[in-house]
Design a protein around this ligand. Structure first.
Ligand code: NCD
Ligand code: ZN
Length: 348
């Protein structure tokens, strides 16, 4: 199937991306649908997707975009303390929602409406469990006494264990797992527990964010961590382990928001180079034969979805990634913008 210079894999999916809304949506949609067959579009919009009406509206907005190829978008419901459970049940049953997303309050972009106390959403989790719908989690807990690098561990030990104990059959995805502790926890868990892994958590360490003054373009939540964390994350992602799959967490912000030193928005925009950089990582780890499992199979299997039709082909060929993605009045800094990329998509 592959030789030294070229590799073909079943069309991959992005199981965690921020497509955003309005002008931004058009641009981001184009980059995301370039190679991916399906995606889970995160619901933390300016008006978050907390009910089925907003979910249906959002999907309509997406359907208006020109579709160069089939690109299926799934949207989870944004869980809140005071949610309308009747509407939630209808949304889950009718598949307006692809499961639900838990943002503990004030942990990341547009999480102000998130959950203040995990017990508040137990009735919603019961609905998810009964309908075999997944719970996607931003697994961080904040607090004055909690170091920014320990937020994931703290969330796992206090909240996630509680959820797992109470809802033993609930399908759970720890999104953008960022620490060795988190990755080991997932690997050791039951089959209904999995994780998405981003590019940046496989490529960057905290030095890339904080050394020599903060680099806003490497600043994201959960923040990237130590070399040891990166090593363990690479080990699990590249091993083909079925509990780990591709989710870029590509999260664009206008460059003006990223470079506003008083309020740097967390989020890294990687969609334009995502599959290419994952290929580089798997190559570095001498695991290219596992890229297809991570990118095209593990997520589908976890979500009980069929594999995509068709294949994409990547060739070992250098090209320069443009520094920005611009379109009308949208300007976004690309992850690894201006840098040499070693793999190129030659057929999609
Ligand atoms: C995301 C965003 O900008 O919406 N930011 C980020 O740093 N990853 C939200 C998220 O997934 O945490
Ligand atoms: Zn995200």
């Amino acid at each position: 199937m592959s030789n030294t210079f070229q590799i073909s894999i079943t069309r991959p999916d992005d199981w965690h991306v921020h497509l955003r809304e309005n002008k931004m949506l058009e641009t981001v949609y184009k980059d995301s649908s370039r190679v991916f067959g399906r995606c889970i579009a995160m619901p933390n919009l300016k008006v978050p997707i907390t009910n089925s009406r907003v979910a249906i509206e959002y999907k309509k907005q997406i359907l208006l975009l020109s579709q160069p190829q089939k690109f299926e978008v799934y949207v989870p419901c944004y869980l809140t303390d005071e949610m309308d459970l009747e509407d939630f049940l209808i949304g889950i049953k009718n598949k307006y929602f692809f499961g639900a997303k838990l943002y503990p309050t004030n942990t990341t972009t547009n999480s102000a409406y998130g959950v203040t106390k995990i017990e508040k959403i137990f009735p919603a989790l019961e609905i998810l469990e009964n309908h075999n719908a997944p719970l996607l989690i931003h697994g961080e807990r904040t607090g004055d006494a909690i170091d920014i690098f320990d937020r994931e561990k703290y969330f796992i030990d206090t909240e996630l264990k509680k959820i797992i104990n109470k809802f033993q059959n609930l399908k759970i995805v720890l999104e953008h797992v960022s620490s060795a502790y988190g990755a080991e926890f997932i690997a050791d868990g039951k089959d209904n527990l999995a994780a998405t892994v981003t590019l940046h958590h496989l490529m960057l360490t905290k030095e890339d964010v904080f050394n020599g003054g903060i680099n806003p373009h490497h600043f994201c939540m959960p923040v990237v961590k130590n070399k040891e964390d990166l090593k363990i994350l690479r080990k699990y992602a590249c091993s083909g382990n079925s509990k780990f799959f591709l989710g870029t967490d590509s999260a664009p912000h206008p460059i003006t928001d990223k470079e506003n030193v008083d309020d740097i928005k967390p989020g890294i925009y990687s969609s334009p180079v995502a599959i290419e950089l994952y290929a580089s990582i798997f190559e570095e780890e001498r695991s290219l034969e596992n890229l297809e499992k991570f990118a095209s199979f593990n997520g589908s299997n976890f979500y009980n979805l069929p594999y995509n039709d068709g294949k994409i082909t990547l060739r070992k060929e250098e090209w320069i990634n443009p520094e920005f993605t611009s379109n009308k009045d949208v300007k976004i800094k690309n992850f690894m913008g201006g840098q040499k990329i070693k793999w190129k998509v030659v057929s999609n």
